[in-house]
Design a protein around this ligand. Sequence first.
Ligand code: BMA
Length: 844
Amino acid sequence: MNLKHFYILLAIAILFNSCAKDDRPTVVNIHQGWEFKQQTDTTWNSATVPGNVYSDLLAHNKIPDPFIGSNELNVQWVPTKNWEYQTTLNLDEKTLEKSHIELTFEGLDTYATIYLNDSLLGKTDNAFRTWKFNIKNLAKANNSLRIEFQKTSTHEEKEAAKLDYVLPPGARVFTRKAQFQYGWDWGPIINTSGIWKPIKITSWNNMRLQDVHFKQETLTDSLAQLSVLYTISSDEAVEETSFEIKYDNTTHTVKSPVKKGTHTYATNLQIKNPQRWWTHNLGEPYLYNFDITLKEGKHLKAQQTAKIGLRTIKLIREKDEKGETFYFKLNGIPVFMKGANYIPQHSMQDKVTDAHYEKLLNDVVDANMNMLRVWGGGIYENDIFYELCDEKGILVWQDFMFACAMYPGDKAFLKNIEQEAIDQVKRLRNHASIALWCGNNENNEAWHRWGWQADKTEAQKEEIWNSYLAVFDRILPKTVAKLNPEIDYWESSPSYGRGDKRFQFEGDAHDWGVWHDAYPFERFEEKVPRFMSEFGFQSFPSYEAIRMFTQEDSISINHDSYITHQKHPRGFKLIREYMERDYPVPTSGDDYVYMSQLTQAKGMTLGMEAQRRAMPYCMGSLYWQLNDCWPVVSWSSIDFIGNWKALHYKAKKSFEDVLISSVVENDTIKTYIVSDKLAPLKGDFFLDFVDFNGKNIHNVQQRLTIAPNTSQLVARTPVAHIKIAPSAYVMRGTFTSNSSSSSDSISNTTSSLFYVTRPKDLKLSPQDVSTEVTKTETGFTIELSAKTLQKDVFLYTKAKGHFSDNFFDILPNQTITITFKTEASAIDDLAIKTLNGIQEKLSL
Ligand code: BMA
């Protein structure tokens, strides 16, 4: 055979091989033709699947929009009823001929009884589990599928009656579904019911790839060692199978026999000189694209892709002279975590689109956050959330879905949550973004400090605590250790609340001394913990969100709808109390809303910066809370509509990788540079003290080197050195640095403004901002300038869009250019508020 023939034969062989018969499972979504009704009704109405009964009732105008006015109160009858959903599903001959036909429910909310062709298929009792049914023997060409949803109270009352004590805080502990739907201090009671996740029919012959786990064993700069654990089910033993992983220009093939039944097989994958996954602020969140195929002889049985980021992530807890450390090492490097607590984006999950995830997570990156905590009272998020976190380089602290409650410990419940944990850990473990599995939100703290033990006997207390231990000390950590051993498990967030003084010295902390205990914001500077996983302060949302629920054009802060849209009993009182300490208290609604956002932003950034200055003692700052699930007065930095409050703009600044941050201690301004960069920074540092008319009062200049990943005190300025009153000047810090991490050095300027006195004591000049608006392709640019210092300049318009910056200060004789991204063709109503303007108004 000459070379030419050899190549022809080779080409034929390759062609033949690549033309393996496509025998992959067929997957069909069952989302068409659904109808729903209340169980006792006779008429059916069209329904949307995935969805829920509130969305369907809304679509048929059978309930008022619960987000408007106090309509929430008028829709409370919905969860007191039983509901039914039905559809018909037609299966073609090809599907019916397959040896396996499986019906999968990715999420049923919650107590469902499923009938296929009027035969009972099964019952479900956990909205967080995936339910699969073999329907091979029941399936026909034309099928009816009907699901009855029983109201949650039926089950809850039955379970509660079995106990001689009440499990705090009440009924919701018996039902495995999103706990915030029973009402929270920022969320409505919208206890949904229905088919909340996709339903599909999967059919296949003989062999199926069930799961692939990329387990990262070791990772060094020269080598990544992965165990790829793949699970195959097969009706019979098969001699000739090939499991193949392709990435870059490499193909890894395992040819081996497969046993009868469902078994997990392992193969070692070695990647030389691996490219690591980093959070977006430290490097590239690099993902390997693995193409996976499974073949049974010449039959292609599976073809899928996996995007895998290679990284090590460890929670480091080591005893030290103060207590115990609590920080994350990413790829061996301690990383300060900057971020927020995430809650579900809507009370009706079906309304959250992929675009919402994309937008919100872009806002997270934009605000320089590198970690989100998925809070335990919500939901295990959809795949897209974690896919985007992988891509965008955001780490996820993942709570299991238990919050502020003591849960039962009977056998059925424990079995149920064990399966829930298995489902969820398996689903999420391949994501590079997963940094920690955490058992619950505040259950431990609540049991020990919220007075929950007072009415219980010793025996009852023991039983309740044993149930706690069974779930959070046994089942969940065991499941994580077995299925996702690379990732650490943390029993409860926080380890200690503010009632236990250890909260400052070990573990993660939720410090609600500010807000719930009404301590001044300065407490954040006095009590810095090792890792702040919750701290927060409320504000009003955007004008747009307020208009949405009041349905009025003027901005009111005491409209009837606040009965439901401010859930915290002392909320308004606390907002005013803190505002009075720091800011002038306006009389008009729109000014008050603005001022509430400034108050929130000031207090929260005080905390963030105190925590960052205290690194490496403190290594995390996750504030409460990133987002809202409906339009409401809350702790969020982004409101329900997606508008940034002042806090989000200010958080962006306070979370910059290189931060200049100051604090007054013993009449001395102490200025720090905090750097999260992994290379040293060399540069020029300036402190300029200027009065509100632009007069230069005092300057400091220094050449500095800032060590990587550190907080460094760079200047001490006694207040007495500045020869004018603190109410009359601003201090600007500027650091222009060169990083020598890469071959080409990048020059970077960071600056920040600092006022020694409270905003309300500043002697500001009248509001005087000139603006020039220019139309661009993506919206407008707005050029702002002022002769005197203009504080907290807030731009607003009814046009929908996003300002590149807002709530900023304009220094005397400074010009600032802002962009407004919008589809609107005009912004003629563009208006400005400033603290100067409000002071002026109030002094008249
Ligand atoms: C935290 C959270 C939530 C709550 C918030 C504000 O403890 O875990 O339970 O919404 O406080 O009160």
